[in-house]
Design a protein. Structure first.
Length: 166
């Protein structure tokens, strides 16, 4: 039984040694192929240069695409900004009428709301109406605050006058 075990161990060792030799031969063949690259040195250099050129071209294309996108974004925002100065803008007579309508107490407030909320209104008038509404709200808040303060001061003054009369 020991002899059988020894024979099997020796067979395994011989098999492992043969496999190691085959692996070493494959490694040597791969190394030789990698050194030569499967082609001559000039061909390898030419291939390397082509790859470098392709990478540079791709990077250049990407930069150009980014610049074109920036130009498009700038031109769109510039067109929006210049839209107010177009010949198709709001005329002086339309502004005059708008201001006249705004000055009428109740009708003016309704007119400003319509201008601010309507989809068909020119953007310049719409922005003016929104700004005017914000302005009027701030004035209202400030007025109410001042009146409240004056009311409180007035009550104290009246209380002092009444206590003085007694």
């Amino acid at each position: 039984m020991d002899k059988k075990v020894q024979d099997s161990v020796i067979a395994k060792q011989e098999k492992a040694a043969r496999q190691q030799e085959l692996l070493e031969k494959k490694r040597q063949a791969r190394a030789e192929y990698n050194i030569s690259g499967g082609r001559s040195g000039e061909q390898r250099e030419k291939k390397h240069q082509e790859q470098v050129l392709k990478k540079q071209q791709k990077q250049l294309e990407i930069r150009q695409e980014k610049q074109e996108k920036k130009k498009k974004r700038f031109s769109k925002s510039f067109q929006k900004a210049v839209a107010f100065d177009d010949a198709e803008g709001v005329s002086v007579s339309e502004w005059f009428l708008s201001v006249c309508w705004i000055k009428i107490p109740v009708i003016g407030f309704i007119y400003v709301l319509v201008l601010a909320l309507s989809k068909k209104t020119h953007p310049a008038k719409k922005n003016f109406a929104r700004g005017y509404l914000i302005y009027r709200c701030l004035v209202l808040i400030l007025s109410v605050t001042v009146l409240y303060v004056l009311y409180q001061i007035g009550l104290n003054f009246i209380d002092q006058m009444l206590s003085f009369v007694k």
